[in-house]
Design a binder for this molecule. Structure first.
Ligand SMILES: [Zn+2]
Length: 107
């Protein structure tokens, strides 16, 4: 993303995603980016060394997905990788900072 787009986004949304407070132009706004992803497993490497095995796994996956609703497919994808962007006000940044330091992200 270019710096111009970043600047445009900052101005467009000055509402804290955590507490809902509007952050005035003269106060600092904080951007939080979160990536939650599954640890790559050895299973992927094994499949890569055997093309037929890889194809079979792919077919199994497609078959499994065909029996799933859109929500279930989304949930399965989220279990592998999900990324979010949050806007935070000063006090919420401070609270998050406190939790990060204690390594207790969840309440
Ligand atoms: Zn806030």
């Amino acid at each position: 993303m270019s710096e111009e787009q970043d600047a445009g986004r900052e101005i467009a949304n000055r509402t804290c995603d955590q507490c809902g407070q509007w952050v005035p132009e003269d106060e600092v706004l904080y951007e939080l980016r979160v990536v939650l992803r599954a640890e790559p497993t050895a299973k992927v490497d094994d499949a890569g060394s055997d093309l037929r095995g890889l194809q079979r796994e792919w077919e199994d996956l497609v078959e499994k997905m065909e029996g799933m609703s859109n929500e279930e497919v989304e949930e399965a994808a989220d279990q592998v990788y999900e990324e979010y962007g949050f806007v935070l006000c000063g006090p919420c940044r401070k609270e998050l900072h406190r939790r990060l330091k204690r390594r207790t992200l969840l309440p």
